[in-house]
Design a protein around this ligand. Sequence first.
Ligand SMILES: Cc1cc2nc3c(=O)[nH]c(=O)nc-3n(C[C@H](O)[C@H](O)[C@H](O)COP(=O)(O)OP(=O)(O)OC[C@H]3O[C@@H](n4cnc5c(N)ncnc54)[C@H](O)[C@@H]3O)c2cc1C
Length: 235
Amino acid sequence: MRARVVVIGGGAFGASSFYHLVARGIPDVVLLEQATLGSGSTGRSAAVVETQYLAPDQVALCGWSIRVFRWLEREHALPFVHHGYLRLGHSAADVAGFHESVALQRAQGLGDARVIEPGEVARIVPALRVDDLAGALWGPSDGYVDAVRYCELLAGLGRAAAGRVLQGRRVTGLRLRGGRVTAVVGWLQRVPGSAFEAVDVSALMVDPNSGQSAGAPGVPAAPSALTVSMLGTAP
Ligand SMILES: Cc1cc2nc3c(=O)[nH]c(=O)nc-3n(C[C@H](O)[C@H](O)[C@H](O)COP(=O)(O)OP(=O)(O)OC[C@H]3O[C@@H](n4cnc5c(N)ncnc54)[C@H](O)[C@@H]3O)c2cc1C
């Protein structure tokens, strides 16, 4: 098998990277997943999608990503339950921060977040004690998605645009030449004695969690901090 770019791991990070590489027109991208898409920690996460953050960069990042989730919901039937998201405040300073968040969200085109009184919090969550609250930040259209379906959709969209997705492929090593990765090797899950190899590789994208378990030479042993750049508008 030949591949120019290999993505190891089909969790949220790997599936998203795979989709965005293919969508940008990078040829010959292959995603290798040892089990099934979303079967790692992604499939066990609460998969909450919300924008009630306070820092401008977090709000901007959420503003970008929520457009992707809504696009997947609208155009590709991603299950997205909009039960709302509450951030509770116990002081006047908290509430002032919530008002700033609403202004930041409006600037990002996110329209429905608002600051609410404790009485309204009690109406939304009757079981909650609210006598110690100063207010809350309420995002009524926030919610959670089906995280496995999210991975499957991104992988499917990448596949439809000529990317390849191979499940049941466990990566066990890399071949390096001159300090650069040239091939990815591994075996087929559940097939004793089997092997596969991706050659002519010029770029490698390691899903953070798969890097940890791959234990392969050249694969980072632990995730490291990344600078995230948004290179275009969300769909
Ligand atoms: C909608 C959504 C909302 C989230 N919200 C939050 C949040 O608010 N706060 C928070 O902290 N986190 C959040 N998360 C993150 C979540 O909890 C997980 O941390 C995240 O999804 C992990 O993604 P991953 O792709 O790094 O790992 P994983 O899902 O574990 O994917 C790694 C994949 O690599 C595969 N793999 C491993 N080793 C190999 C190998 N050798 N060869 C081939 N494949 C291999 C595994 O089988 C697995 O499928 C959210 C996730 C989603 C999807």
